[in-house]
Ligand binder design. Sequence first.
Ligand code: ATP
Length: 470
Amino acid sequence: MLKRFPGGEVHNLVSTTPDTAVVFKPAVIKTPAILTILIFVVRSVVGVIRTLFVHPVAVTVVTTPVVLLIGYGWEVAVPVVAALVSIPSAWALTHRASFSHWIGRRLLAFWRRVWIYRRHWQPVMIVSGLGRHLQGRDYLPKLLRVECDGWADRVTVKMLTGQAVKDWTDRIEHLAHGFGAMSCRVTVAKSGRVVLTFPRRDPLAEPLPAVPIPERPSVGPVEIGRCEDGTPYLLNIHGTHVLVSGSTGAGKGSWLWSTIRGLLAAMRAGLVQVWALDPKRMELSFGRALFGNRYAASPEECADLLDAAVSVMQERADRFAGVRRFHVPTVADPFVLVVVDEVAFLTAYQSDKGLRQRIAAALATLTTQGRAVGVGVMAALQDPRKEVINIRNLFPDKIALRLDESEQVDMVLGDGARDRGALADRISPSTPGVGYVRLESSPDPIRVRAAYVSDADIRDMVAEFVGEAR
Ligand SMILES: Nc1ncnc2c1ncn2[C@@H]1O[C@H](COP(=O)(O)OP(=O)(O)OP(=O)(O)O)[C@@H](O)[C@H]1O
């Protein structure tokens, strides 16, 4: 005997096998055709209005010829379109930057949104695991906006509820390959939204000539080179410590020399002193005259120079205590920048244990207490493994140039840097000076190329500095 269920009809219940319990027949709700059509029309209208607002330039370019052709025939459409095309062409030829800002990049963004991102969105999301296909329905993150600049596409995405940024940073390779880009970087726009950056070309492929020596004395930020968007990259030196790490030939020298070059005017004015530790005797020795007697090469000399820097630091700390909390560079109390080329020579590879401990203690003291009293450290390092330098974390600002292994990226820049797109292990050996900067103030790494300071540039710097000093 079939039991009568509340709200159900007995004839809606079927038993498929004689010896088993009742099996429910799924309820089929028939949507009226008019409702389906209405939903479709509303969605289409909303889509058209949205496209009009989001891509006004692209919509005008596409619809104008069609409207003219239908409304006035080809006799009117062709000359009007020709005139309309000639105006932007003339604009593009005479002022390319403003044309590409107002028209070119918007058209490109529209095209790439439709052809690259919208077309591949569903398969890339499902295959990478960022979207789900459940019971015939797709649950996908929402593609909100595509913007193009001179070198990259920036895709703003609304994540699925419950997703974390790490879900995206773990899949940068899927995203890059899925959308035909060389790499992908993930940044957080706001809660629930991420921006994916897909480079279209490498704007840092060409070497940059040395930045002109500044006219005005300044302790920074100093111009080091260029960012990917073509803007000058300014590095803060005063009030921090900087670690530059990269394998041999990665271009660490260009970061050290670009910094010294940017400080040269302030050095001439007596507001900055650069103290050079050059255990390899290959890098800083070239501009030795810039450092006067504050140049050291042998481990003993380096240890003495570091101890002297610690003394300066402590003497200032005694004097400044209770009087001021920040250092203002003056001729009496200049900013002291201790530049160390290949710091591991002085720490990990130093066979004299006593000397090694003395140097490590001095470096740790300077990096923990020096910045408030105007003593900074900028150190270069080839091998960032933990056993090589354990004071790595005392440098607030870090730069990873080309590295040999992917694990080294987080060792230099801190946890999660590679996931956020700092692919320092993928930097080509043909682009020395390129690196990822991760500052204390921002977790997102920036890709930068330092300008190349050639031997001739260093000679000019020395000539200018010594000439002035005489
Ligand atoms: N910013 C740059 N732009 C273009 N070329 C560069 C740049 N920096 C360095 N180079 C080239 O790369 C070569 C190696 O650079 P550099 O000596 O600075 O590397 P490094 O990282 O200091 O290596 P090592 O640790 O072996 O001394 C230079 O001789 C120069 O030709």
